[in-house]
Design a protein around this ligand. Sequence first.
Ligand code: PMP
Length: 338
Amino acid sequence: MTTRPDFAAAVGQTPLLRLRFASEATGCEILARAEFMNPGGSVKDRTALGLLLDAEQRGALRPGGTIVEGTAGNTGIGLALLGASRGYRTIIVMPATQSREKIDALRVTGAEVRLVPAVPYKDPGHYAHQARALAIAMNEADPGSAWFADQFDNTANRDWHEATTGPQIWEETGGAVDGFVCACGTGGTLAGVGRALKARKGSVTIALADPAGSALASYVNTGELVASGNSISEGIGSSRITANFDGAPIDLAWSIPDDESVPLALRLLHEEGWCVGGSSGVNVAGAIRLARALGPGHTIVTVLCDAGTRYQAKLFNPAFLRSKDLPVPQWLARAFPA
Ligand code: PMP
């Protein structure tokens, strides 16, 4: 009998998929970790577990204590579900612009959800600052009662990916991986996997697929944080260098427009059965660009971060897509006639 004793033990047990269309179009093997198959539905279950185990080990989170985090949604879902399985209360501070599906998913986890206006990071009202301030206030009132997970600048996030996701990719490709590419929110996935793979094979190429509206591709290419355009994707892109992103071993970076990434996300569903969110579309676009940069015959790995159902009302809504000047495939227009 093979069993998993609890939620934590089910995190990260995700298959490595071969993406048919992307592989055939490039002559490379394009593989993707199905992170939407995590128990909380996203790659951020891994981050949540890494941060939580580190806090437990350091004694930063006491039994029955409260987890406090600022999140675009997925990390909060992972933390709240882990919290439920380990006896912690969870408070999540989240920008009100995030998808209704993610906000509802968080509410049903039992987490207390505090929606705040979406403002730039330099504004003290930014959700990450509000979460930190809340944890500080709780600890002033009752010392040791709250733990601020701090996914952006707590490098236990990156370290967990370096210790688990990276080695898993290495082992499951039998060391054949030539390149890894993904978008960055905190940067934990790219930095952690990048470090793990570079340590095992110095020639591996690590690439950033950055959504329009983010300043990270410009930072990698020019050293300047400059952003232009915008994107319907959620959970990725950044206007600043987080501690997790800082020093990540990135060789190549591209800014990916939505009219490249969204059609790929829709195509993955319609032609291969993988229902994934917008950041996965950005990642697959990045994998195709990396395949073209390396040439045929290479093995490239990326991540399918979460499920498309988390963005149903936007990504699979012809009226929404048209309002953003994005193409609507015929099958989707037929499924939802105007
Ligand atoms: N995709 C989605 C849907 C996410 O929620 C996130 C994290 N916010 C990412 C990608 C980026 O992952 P990371 O934080 O490890 O850079």
